[in-house]
Design a protein around this ligand. Structure first.
Ligand SMILES: Cc1cc2nc3c(=O)[nH]c(=O)nc-3n(C[C@H](O)[C@H](O)[C@H](O)COP(=O)(O)OP(=O)(O)OC[C@H]3O[C@@H](n4cnc5c(N)ncnc54)[C@H](O)[C@@H]3O)c2cc1C
Length: 448
């Protein structure tokens, strides 16, 4: 049996950060993944998605500028765009393996599971660990409907060699919003079936409202209050059935149905009971230091830990906290203040800090600066009709409580508000900052 100071299960962002830090301190480390090394963000999430978004950004820019000095129609060549994406994703697993070899980290390919509180089995081998880090990420939550096996995942969507003509997205969060824009701009007929009363429930309702015309212009059919009950394969493809309270049931024909209805910690395969690692309702039971409440050898980070929002920067942050706890024995805690979220529709919609509803629930005293501003220069020069903001500022402290942006550049500018929230900058601090002009950031002063 081989023994390690640390065994990391998973090879995504959380794993990579933890491995590098702990190995640099001289610990012996093993990393395990049953899929190609690199994890979700780099191979099946953020990065490949955004490579594809680059294609639709180009299309959208040309369409917006049509009649304003730009002529000629552009179209997405899906296989070529996919090939562009693969120039980024294909080399990653080999690069990761190379890196592990350079670092002196043992990398195992296979499904890992606990066989004891300090013992992991992978590919028929038994490994012993002083500590284990569960960094197994997330997986789509089961839909629990007949025909679920016909439903593709976001992984499948991001590997499509050709674009199906009719696509149904189940769910109405950021994956549905992003994929619908992408597929519609690439020429597919897209339907979103969302159970909740509106799309993007995690984002500000006013800003989502300002963005919705972009969905309709693209011909995306958005059905809210629609609960998918069944998917069946018929002669002409797939048929997705949904029920709607107070309205007739819906049936939508599709060539591809994609699960975009949320993800949860991927813990199924770990045999946590054998590792004496407590779980409840599908979530690891962790203390404030990301350590298992039942097995002190075991820590978790990222989507698997589920402490912060399931985003890449959070996985990285968790891993730094765990590495610090492992290395200096101190009790570091994660700090999830000021984590920006971006939906990469075109244009993007973003949020950081408190929503208006949450600030009210907490009884805070704050002022709101909110406006739809397509007449501002940033939007005008791009011929973009969607541009707006909502910023919450606490009255007595002048601190930024939350910021919500939609429109061109929102995905970059939101980081400035994240900086302010995380580091306690006031609205006056931001107002007195000099931003390069004309940039999206130079609008910040007018949003406060
Ligand atoms: C379509 C999509 C788009 C996204 N876009 C964004 C975005 O734009 N911005 C953003 O911040 N976040 C985005 N995310 C979320 C982001 O990708 C995740 O938050 C992040 O990758 C999680 O990293 P992680 O290290 O926690 O886990 P992961 O990167 O998911 O790594 C977990 C690894 O563990 C492996 N594993 C699981 N179980 C076992 C086992 N038993 N044995 C061995 N290996 C195992 C898995 O194969 C996987 O490779 C997106 C996610 C998806 C799905």
């Amino acid at each position: 049996m081989i023994s390690y100071d640390l065994i990391v299960i998973g090879s995504g962002t959380a794993a990579q950060v933890a491995v590098a830090k702990v190995r640099a301190a001289g610990w012996s480390v093993a990393v395990i993944d049953h899929r190609p090394f690199g994890g979700t963000c780099a191979l099946r999430g953020c990065d490949p998605k955004k490579m594809l978004v680059s294609g639709e950004e180009a299309i959208d820019a040309a369409r917006r500028m049509a009649g304003h000095g730009v002529e000629g129609a552009l179209a997405i060549d899906w296989p070529a765009l996919m090939a562009f994406k693969r120039t980024f994703t294909d080399p990653i697993p080999a690069k990761q393996e190379h890196r592990y070899a350079e670092l002196g980290v043992d990398a195992f390919q296979g499904l890992a599971h606990f066989v004891g509180p300090d013992t992991i089995e992978v590919d028929g081998r038994t490994l012993q660990a002083r500590h284990v880090l569960i960094a197994t990420g997330a997986r789509p939550v089961p839909l629990g409907i007949p025909g679920e096996e016909q439903v593709s995942t976001s992984d499948d969507f991001l590997e499509l060699d050709s674009l199906p003509r009719r696509i149904v997205l189940i769910g109405g969060g950021y994956v549905a919003a992003e994929f619908s824009h992408l597929a519609a701009r690439a020429g597919a007929e897209v339907t979103i079936l969302q159970r909740a009363p509106r799309l993007l429930p995690q984002f500000d309702p006013d800003l989502v409202g300002w963005l919705m015309p972009r969905f309709y212009e693209l011909g995306i059919a958005v059905e809210t209050g629609a609960t998918v009950t069944r998917v069946e394969r018929g002669q002409g493809g797939l048929l997705v059935h949904a029920s709607r309270p107070g309205a007739p049931d819906l049936s939508v024909a599709a060539d591809l149905v994609v699960h975009a209805a949320g993800r949860g910690p991927d813990l199924e395969t770990l045999d946590l009971a054998a590792g004496e690692v407590a779980v409840q309702d599908g979530r690891l039971q962790l203390d404030d230091h990301l350590r298992s409440l039942s097995n002190p050898r075991v820590f978790a980070a990222g989507d698997a830990a589920g402490g912060g929002p399931p985003l890449t920067p959070v996985s990285s942050h968790d891993a730094k906290v765990v590495a610090a706890n492992l290395l200096d024995g101190a009790s570091h805690r994660p700090d999830y203040r000021g984590v920006p979220s971006v939906v990469f529709t075109v244009p993007p919609i973003t949020a950081v800090g408190l929503s208006e509803a949450e600030a009210r629930r907490r009884g805070l005293v704050f002022r709101i600066n909110a406006a739809s501003t397509p007449d501002w220069f940033t939007a005008r020069r791009l011929a973009e009709r969607v541009y707006g903001h909502k910023v919450l500022i606490e009255e007595h402290s002048d601190l930024v409580l939350g910021a919500h942006l939609v429109g061109p550049g929102a995905d970059e500018v939101i980081n400035l508000f994240g900086l302010a929230i995380r580091h306690g900058l006031t609205a006056a601090d931001l107002r007195s900052t000099m931003f390069a002009y004309p940039t999206g950031a130079s609008d910040v002063g007018y949003m406060l």
